[in-house]
Every structure is written in C-alpha cells, then in structure tokens.
Design a protein around this ligand. Structure first.
Ligand SMILES: [Fe+2]
Ligand SMILES: [Fe+2]
Length: 369
C-alpha cells in the first residue's frame, strides 16, 4: 500500500516543487555563538527521542473519534445538519474530521522539515545553523510519527490545505533569509502549536495525548528559536523593512485564520457547504477555538517587535488581540512539564502491566497440579 491509497480527493503523484531564492551562506567565524542560542542547541541535542520507542503504538484509537471527544465539541453540534444525520453518518463525518486534522499536522511537519533545512543554509550565523540542524532532525521525527499515526490508526488521509500550501510557498520563495523563519517558525508553527495543545489537553485517548505532548516538547524549542533569532535581527531593521514584515504577518494570519474550518471535509462528504460554513462561522465553539489557535502567534509577533498599528488592527479585527498578554515562557515551561507527566503515566501503566504479569506467573506457578 502507498500513501496515495489513503487519500480522499486527488493528489498529484509527482512532487510539489517550490522554487527557492536566496543564498546559502558560509561564515568563517566559528567562535561567536550567543549563549541563549547555544544552550537551546544543547537542549535540542539532549532531548532527542525516538517515536518508535517512546510512544505506545499498541494503544487503540477509535478512527471515528480519534481524540475521544464528546460530541458537543463537534463544530456542527446543535445545527440542523447535525440533527438530520444518522449515527453512521456522524461516525463517518468524525473519521473524516480526524483524518483531515492529522493530515494537516502531517503536511505542516513536512513543511517545517523543508523550511528548517533551508534555514540551516540561509541563516548567516553559525549558532543559528547549529540549532536549525537539530530542529531539522526533530521535524523529520515528527513527519515520521504523524505519517505512521495517519496510516495505522486512521487509515485515511487528506491532501494539504491550500491556504497552508500558499503560506509555505510564500515563505520558501522569498530571498530574504528571515521570511521562512517568520512564516514557518512564528506563523505556521505557532498555529500548529496551539492546535496541538488544544487536542493534547482535551483528548481522552492516551496515544493521542502522548503523541501531541512529545511533539510539543520539541515545538516549544522551535518557537523559542524563532523568537531569539528574529528579535535580534528585527531590532536592526529600518521602519520600511519592518513594515514589509508586518504586512507579511497580517496576510499570513488571515490565510491561517480559515485554515481550521475543515471546508474540505464538507466538500468531500457532499454536505451543504453554505449552511455548514455559516453555522461554523457563527458558532461560539468555533470563535473560542479560533481565538485559542492564535494564543501562541500573537504574543510571539509582539515579542519579536512586529507590533505596528496594522498588525494590532488586524488582530483586533480577528478578535484575537487579547492573546498579546499571554506569557510564552510560562506556556513553554508547561509544555515541558506536561510531556514529563505523560512519561510518568506511561511508566506507571507499564509497571502495572508488568506487576500483573508477575502476579499471574506466581499464581500459575503456585497452582496445584
Ligand atoms: Fe514539528
Ligand atoms: Fe517545529
């Protein structure tokens, strides 16, 4: 079986080739690393892990409800469309939603893999090259694990969302070295991180929790890297150069805003598109979801110094400006702690299974003939 057997909708079998512009840069200064970047690089090396070993792949996942969420969390719950659906249709819808969501995570990770490799080449400083190299390895592991999850646990895949593809291409095509950073590390990763966090915290499925908590442990470093490297660089830009970056942020955020509405699923299942979109657009659940999705991007954009009027006006318009107050450092510490807690739960479960096996063996051994 190939991945193409899993796709809903048509996906071209040839590769998607995005032309790249800009230079691969070399530096002859090997001794001038910034302490915070070098310690992030050290952390990146120390915290490598193997998805084949760290995740309990034997745990079951319900493909019709991957994250194990109550039906009230469905964006169409409470609508006439939902009420008209049979249980079988709701299950089918749930499977498509799970497949769509995790497929977007998967394609986004491949984007991150390509962009971080690109950053290794184009960023001028050696400390950033070092760090981006560890991130490239992280992203390869993320692609590996989401690909396995989509294939083994859901058995159905969706093509890449077109808005995501567009932002990826725009980030890669630009010859300025910081644009792939900004597009990928801040916007795409920031949004993905928030989405991972939501499902990590809400999911009742232990495998999904493990997967997301461990990926987030790595992603927290990636966002920190983007912040450190860009903050230094943006402080030196002229106001015109900064305004160009702010425009890119505004455009990118509007593109990302509609990404999680799941339009492709409604299309694929031949559902009444206008009715579905109107319900989602006006649902309190989706409004809350959308604002949470921007919880990591907004404080990061502010922190790197792209906080001009246009950016603030766009966030106000999108209803996500309040997120500027979020404490990114605290969120990242929490990501680390949650991953460690998931590890502890995993050990406790393994220990319980082993103790049960030992108890069984003793009972068997001690049983009269
Ligand atoms: Fe990743
Ligand atoms: Fe990442």
């Amino acid at each position: 079986m190939t991945s193409f057997d899993l796709y809903n909708g048509s996906v071209p079998t040839e590769t998607w080739n995005v032309p790249m512009a800009g230079d691969a840069s070399f530096t002859w200064e090997y001794d001038d690393g910034r302490d915070r970047l070098l310690s992030l690089y050290q952390k990146g090396k120390d915290k490598q892990w193997d998805a084949q070993k760290r995740i309990d792949w034997d745990l079951e996942v319900d493909p019709d409800n991957v994250a194990g969420l109550p039906e009230q969390f469905n964006p169409l719950f409470g609508s006439d469309i939902w009420d008209r659906m049979t249980q079988k249709e709701r299950d089918e819808f749930g499977r498509h939603q799970g497949s769509w969501l995790f497929s977007q995570f998967l394609h986004g990770e491949q984007g991150a893999l390509n962009v971080s490799a690109r950053i290794v080449q184009s960023v001028p400083d050696l400390d950033s090259k070092f760090y981006a190299a560890t991130q490239t390895m992280d992203e390869a592991r993320h692609v590996e694990l989401y690909a396995r999850f989509v294939k083994e646990k859901i058995g159905m895949a969706y093509p890449i969302n077109q808005d995501l593809a567009r932002l990826l291409a725009e980030s890669l095509e630009d010859s300025r070295w910081d644009l792939p950073y900004l597009g990928m590390q801040v916007l795409i990763e920031g949004l993905a991180l928030a989405a991972f966090g939501l499902y990590r915290d809400m999911s009742t499925n232990p495998l999904v929790k493990q997967l997301l908590a461990y990926v987030m442990q790595d992603e927290a470093r990636h966002v920190a890297f983007g912040r450190l490297a860009l903050k230094d660089y943006y402080a030196e830009l002229t106001s015109r150069e900064r305004a160009e970056r702010e425009e890119f942020v505004v455009e990118g955020c509007y593109l990302m805003r509609d990404r999680f509405k799941g339009r492709e699923v409604f299309e694929q299942l031949d559902m009444p598109m206008d009715e579905c979109m109107e319900y989602v657009d006006n649902s309190d659940m989706y409004t809350l979801y959308q604002s949470l999705l921007f919880s990591r991007i907004v404080p990061c954009v502010k922190d790197v110094g792209l906080w001009g009027e246009k950016v603030q006006a766009a966030y106000l318009d999108m209803g996500v400006l309040d997120n500027a107050k979020a404490d990114l450092e605290a969120l990242m510490r929490q990501d680390e702690e949650i991953a460690e807690k998931v590890d502890e739960e995993r050990y406790a479960r393994e220990l319980a299974v082993r103790q049960e096996e030992v108890a069984d063996a003793i009972t068997l051994g001690g049983a009269p003939e």
